[in-house]
Design a protein around this ligand. Structure first.
Ligand SMILES: Cc1cc2nc3c(=O)[nH]c(=O)nc-3n(C[C@H](O)[C@H](O)[C@H](O)COP(=O)(O)OP(=O)(O)OC[C@H]3O[C@@H](n4cnc5c(N)ncnc54)[C@H](O)[C@@H]3O)c2cc1C
Length: 387
């Protein structure tokens, strides 16, 4: 009888997280097949601004991909944190902490393009959309459609890195979700004054907003708030929007002069419990989605990919996807993931709260943080390396 071919590793989703896993395996000669729903190169024009931590830069350096993205990355050398209508502010400076920079802003398309350029195209099936994934005792099965035909692969390890929006519930994995009822508005703006590589994080009574240096003069704006408020902001004409932005943000970078297209997406905290099942692991945004307030989500996903790749490379083929291997993966990732979620959720709750007295406490907290170097070190370590 014909025995179906058993694949070592099948990765579902070739976004930045799936591709970092794929490239790490490729460099260590571990065979894999990656299924990507989009056509080759379709994501290269995606201008979504990713906040890349210094730790994620180190991963890209180890993969020798950093030189290809560096020219399109804008360094963040200072993070300025303040609250609207309240006292207290904190400044984090890279050089005070012995770092070259605190992080980078990078267009989504720049990272996918650089990864696609070095990935072996013969291991990737583009325009292949996974429709069903079933974990099993000996293997997992992945069903996908490609060129109007349905195929099924058996694999020792299926890694789901689809960003979390395409597949329904997977057997044995439960998703916990907390809706914030907030949306994020994202766009690019040009301000009167240069950014000088400063990222501004400003907490306002209606939600946090961030202005991140992106390119020579532009800022990427992430303005979060109640859905109704964000819908109202989307409906404004450019001139009125820029005036409202100036009012909410203050005068630190002068007036806002021009703006690109505004887009929005809903914010939620979601986490899979557990993120593994027999012969299956879920990584990146598919495993956890966080509020963008502290720029954690994407970087936690990068560390998922890096840790899983290391385990795959160091696990004998016969034990790939075994309960023991996946337990080790869960153990290695749980602290970082939980920490990222708690840290992000705490910031959202503390700063989105108008309780009497809380604004003064926040101001005192920011003022105190400004004075305490060990506390700043901890914050930077968490934001840069997840620990
Ligand atoms: C609308 C939107 C805007 C965002 N804006 C920002 C921002 O401004 N700044 C920021 O830092 N973060 C932003 N994020 C979050 C950021 O995009 C994620 O943190 C990051 O992309 C996660 O990478 P990933 O590889 O896990 O998932 P993704 O980047 O989502 O990649 C998933 C990949 O899987 C593929 N795929 C999906 N389903 C299937 C399937 N069934 N079969 C095969 N392939 C499949 C997709 O085509 C895609 O290539 C945004 C997210 C969304 C949804």
């Amino acid at each position: 009888m014909h025995k179906p071919c058993l694949h070592n590793v099948v990765i579902v989703g070739g976004g930045p997280v799936g591709s970092v896993l794929a490239l790490t395996l490729q460099q260590q000669h571990v065979p894999f097949t990656m299924l990507e729903a989009r056509a080759k190169g379709a994501s290269h024009q995606d201008t979504r601004a990713l906040a890349l931590s210094y730790g994620s830069r180190l991963i890209l350096e180890k993969l020798d991909v950093w030189p290809a993205v560096e020219a399109r990355a804008t360094a963040i050398n200072t993070i300025h944190i303040s609250q609207r209508g309240g006292l207290g502010r904190t400044k984090l400076n890279a050089d005070e902490h012995g770092l070259q920079s605190l992080g980078y802003v990078l267009p989504y398309g720049a990272i996918t393009q650089a990864l696609d350029a070095v990935l072996d195209a013969s291991s990737i099936i583009y325009e292949a959309e996974a429709t069903e994934i079933k974990p099993g005792q000996d293997t997992s099965s992945v069903t996908y459609s490609h060129a109007n035909t349905t195929h099924t692969l058996q694999t020792s390890l299926c890694v789901v890195a689809d960003g979390g929006r395409s597949l329904g519930e997977i057997e044995g994995i439960h998703k916990e979700t907390k809706e914030y009822g907030h949306d994020a508005l994202v766009t690019k703006v040009l301000a009167e004054l240069p950014h000088n590589h400063i990222a501004y994080e400003r907490f306002t009574p209606t939600g946090p907003m961030a202005l991140l240096p992106n390119g020579d003069n532009d800022f990427s704006l992430v303005w979060t708030g109640l859905q109704a408020n964000i819908h109202g902001l989307l409906a404004l004409d450019d001139k009125t929007f820029l005036a409202q932005l100036h009012q909410a943000f203050g005068d630190r970078v002068g007036k806002f002069l021009s703006i690109e297209k505004r887009m929005s997406f809903p914010l939620k905290l979601s986490v899979l419990k557990p993120s593994v099942a027999p012969h299956l692991a879920v990584i990146g945004n598919a495993a956890q989605t966080m509020h963008p307030v502290a720029g954690q989500g994407f970087n936690v996903g990068m560390r998922d990919a890096w840790t899983l790749a290391d385990l795959v490379i160091n696990t004998p083929q016969a034990e790939l996807g075994s309960a023991d291997m996946l337990k080790r993966y869960s153990q290695q990732r749980s602290r970082d993931t939980r920490g990222g979620i708690l840290f992000t959720d705490l910031l959202v709750n503390v700063f989105n709260n108008d309780l009497i007295g809380l604004q003064a406490m926040r101001g005192a907290g920011l003022g105190l943080l400004q004075l305490l170097k060990p506390a700043k070190n901890l914050l930077i370590s968490k934001m840069s390396f997840g620990k």
